[in-house]
Ligand binder design. Structure first.
Ligand SMILES: *Cc1c(COP(=O)(O)O)cnc(C)c1O
Length: 237
C-alpha cells in the first residue's frame, strides 16, 4: 500500500479556528490593498497530514474548499467528512501518478498538477469513463527546477494545445510553486502572463509564506496549510 510511515498532526481546534480567521483577514487585506474584490480570491485550506478531527473545526467555521496532496490519504479521510459536509470542494494540489488517475477523478473537484501528456491521456480516459469532470490546472515549473513537477514555461503552449486537440480536455487554469530561494513575485507575474495569454480564468499560486504577494499578482486560488493548521509532520515514505 502507499500508506507511508507518518502520523497525522492533531492541532488544537481553537488554534485552527484562529488560524483560519487570521488567514481570511490577510486575504481580505491583500485584496483590498490591490483593489481587488476579496470574494475573487478562493482560500484552499491545505489539510494534508492533518487528522480529520483537526479539519473539523475549519469545516464548522464554514470553510468548504480543501486541498490534499495524496490520493490514498484523501480516500481515508474525506468520504466520512463529506457525508457530514456534502458541499465540500476538494482539490488535489500534489503531484499525480497516472496510475492513480481513476481514483483522483472520482474523488477530486479540481486537479492542480497536470504537467505531462501521459497524465492528460490517463485523465481524459477516466473523465470519459466516469462522466465526472474535475477542473484541470496545468502546473508550470516557473523556475525550471529539475527536481520539481510542472511543465517548463517554454512548453506550456504545446501542452495546452495537445490537451485540447489530442484529448479534448478543457484546461481551466495554471498553478505554480516558485523556487524556495527566489522572491516569488516574478514567478507569480510570469504565471499570470501565461494565463492571460490563453484566457485561463484560474490562477493557483501562493502558500503560507507568500499568499499576500500572490493575491497582489492576481491569484484566484491561494493554497494555505501551515498558517491555518500549524506545523505538520514530515512524510517519510
Ligand atoms: C503543502 C502544500 C501547500 C501548503 O503549504 P503551506 O506552506 O503549509 O501553506 C500548498 N501547495 C502545495 C502544492 C503543497 O504541496
Amino acid at each position: 500500500m502507499a500508506d507511508a510511515s507518518f502520523e497525522y498532526a492533531r492541532p488544537n481546534p481553537a488554534d485552527v479556528v484562529a488560524g483560519l480567521e487570521a488567514v481570511r483577514g490577510q486575504i481580505r487585506q491583500a485584496a483590498e490593498d490591490s483593489e481587488r474584490d476579496p470574494a475573487s480570491v478562493n482560500l484552499v485550506a491545505v489539510s494534508k497530514l492533518i487528522a480529520a478531527e483537526g479539519i473539523l473545526p475549519a469545516l464548522e467555521a464554514g470553510q468548504r474548499v480543501f486541498g490534499e496532496n495524496y490520493v490514498q490519504e484523501s480516500k481515508a479521510k474525506w468520504p466520512a467528512l463529506r457525508e457530514r459536509f456534502p458541499d465540500v470542494e476538494l482539490h488535489l494540489v500534489g503531484p499525480l501518478q497516472s496510475n492513480k488517475a481513476r481514483e483522483a477523478v472520482e474523488l477530486f473537484d479540481v486537479i492542480h498538477g497536470l504537467d505531462r501528456l501521459s497524465l492528460a491521456a490517463a485523465l481524459a480516459k477516466e473523465i470519459a469513463r466516469s462522466g465526472r469532470t474535475p477542473k484541470l490546472l496545468i502546473q508550470v515549473n516557473t523556475g525550471d527546477e529539475p527536481q520539481k513537477g510542472g511543465v517548463s514555461p517554454a512548453q506550456v503552449d504545446v501542452l495546452l494545445a495537445e490537451c485540447r486537440d489530442t484529448h479534448g480536455l478543457a484546461i481551466n487554469g495554471l498553478m505554480c510553486i516558485p523556487p524556495a530561494e527566489d522572491p516569488p513575485s516574478a514567478h507569480f507575474a510570469l504565471l499570470a502572463r501565461i494565463a492571460a495569454r490563453h484566457n485561463l480564468p484560474i490562477l493557483s499560486m501562493g502558500m503560507s509564506a507568500d499568499y499576500p504577494a500572490a493575491i497582489q499578482m492576481g491569484a484566484t486560488h491561494v493554497r494555505v496549510g501551515t498558517a491555518i493548521f500549524g506545523a505538520r509532520p514530515a512524510r517519510t515514505g
